[in-house]
Design a protein around this ligand. Sequence first.
Ligand code: NAD
Length: 397
Amino acid sequence: MNSDKLVVGVVGAGAMGSGIAQVAAAAGHHVILGDANVNTFTRAHASIARALARDVDKGRLDEAGAEAALGRIADADDLSRGYQAFAECGVVIEAVVEDLAVKRTLFAGLERVVASECILATNTSSLSIAAIGGGCKRAERVLGIHFFNPAPVMPLVEIVPGVATSPAQLDVARALVDSWNKKTVIASDTPGFIVNRIARPFYSESLRQLEEGIADAATIDWAMRDIGGFRMGPFELMDFIGNDVNFAVTSSVFEAFFHDSRYRPALTQRRLVEAGRLGRKSGRGYYDYGEGAVQPEPTRDAAVGQAVVDRTLAMLVNSAVDAVHMRVASPADIETAMMKGVNYPRGLLAWGDEIGASVILERLESLSEEYREERYRPSPLLRRHVREGLKLSAHTQ
Ligand SMILES: NC(=O)c1ccc[n+]([C@@H]2O[C@H](COP(=O)([O-])OP(=O)(O)OC[C@H]3O[C@@H](n4cnc5c(N)ncnc54)[C@H](O)[C@@H]3O)[C@@H](O)[C@H]2O)c1
């Protein structure tokens, strides 16, 4: 397949689909963009035009390049009449609503019109590639191409083969996305893939410490930012993402892991969602975004802050080591994914080495001892590394 000439289809022109269409068009592809809602194309086109204009302002693109990219994005028109508009596509990426039945129906419809080697990719965050591909006649061409929001800005893309995906299609898809100036990593078809699995304790262990009254949200945010070096604190980040979205991801990962308590959602977050305190978008979440609202001051107690960071980091490093243990991805891809997908200041395996694998293990054992909860169990691989004196980041180069 000649990727220079490949026509890219994008179905679903919402937040993610419009960003993905922009990325592909900016890389020189003709893009067919479709949505069940016929009015969405106009909105998506306008938002892509604005984003490209910002790129021009910032000197990342010249005006002719922006205009050409916009001109390469065509409307698939009314999808209720079928998917004929996608017949020439070499790859179709779906970014429709996160609903298995909808995605399966869409792929079945696309299969009727596209060529036999056309790749059908899903941008799903939480459904399995196996389940989406399971409804297709040729599941070997189905895989996950998981972008991060906003797609034109975030460098990471997780490429996720399902049980039936052919290695050849996987290679083609990865090479294609690499050619879009993205950093690709390969993730196994497991709940949350790499980033949304490993990052869970960033939120859940912060919520747990809030619930226990160890520190308030402003203090935890301050500690994770100023002492931990994270770009945003967990509560301000949840408010930014949307508490409904963050709660849905946590709940779906928890369900998909057969209720492993490591991934259990927090009641505090559920109550916020129930109360409509969704974060920035609803004007209130952990913080008040109303005009003139006075923001709570953190208690800048270095000992409390350090304890919060130590506990959360121990859980995050354990999460990364366990992902290596369960072969979710290579150690190198796990390091890259957390830095490029959620802007962590460094890779968690290297960070664990810096703190000391035995220190991380001691922290987890002390939490296990105190709470007697499965949630705090150290990964068997962490124990092995400590026993054998191996570096956690040994295979990341
Ligand atoms: N928003 C994120 O941060 C994010 C990040 C990574 C992945 N994702 C995944 O990307 C997908 C889309 O998310 P989003 O945030 O862009 O959602 P969105 O609600 O902004 O957009 C979804 C679009 O799909 C359209 N649609 C729904 N059913 C359709 C169908 N049958 N055919 C064609 N169009 C249809 C809707 O009209 C809507 O415009 C989901 O699978 C989500 O899990 C989202």
